[in-house]
Design a protein around this ligand. Sequence first.
Ligand SMILES: [Zn+2]
Length: 191
Amino acid sequence: MPKSTKIDKTIKKAIALALAARENAKSFRSKVGIAFEMYDGRLIPGFNIETYGHKGNHAEEVGLIIAMSEGYSGTDFRRMIEVYQDAGHEDIEVFPACPLDCWGRLLEFTHPYLEIVVADIHGNIHYSTMLKEMVSGIKPPAQVYPSNKIRLAKPKSNITPKLPLNKRLKPMYDSDLEFRQYCDEVLKVKH
Ligand SMILES: [Zn+2]
């Protein structure tokens, strides 16, 4: 089987999981479903939760918590598929994931080379990009947290990935100094 067909099949499965996860949304407004694909092939769903009183939870956050509860961290994440539709109208909507909050959350607990694939409720892919691209348009002095400096000053427990650094990330590890420092000094990922 050609490699691209195999990848397409995985993305299709991930989109189906994100759509199914979206049906679990506890919401009165927007329904969001995501699926994380891990570098060992595992797919992990996430859905959003809206509340009447306190803050809700975004699908990205819920998916991250499920993934973390299984020991995944940092460079274990390969891609995130996201499907969004507001309850307010029928038109197809394509949501670029949530600026600052979720981008920051993803950057903090995954890595800049996480692939982000955005699809609509019919399963059609509208674009795919890397987290690094999404967070790079912000003009200094504003930035999406956290920097390596903050991570090194405030080290966190239990963030070492459970998988060794995947070979797909090796070219970025070799060429991106900041990513290399994140892998070696913050995540302490095996490779
Ligand atoms: Zn979000």
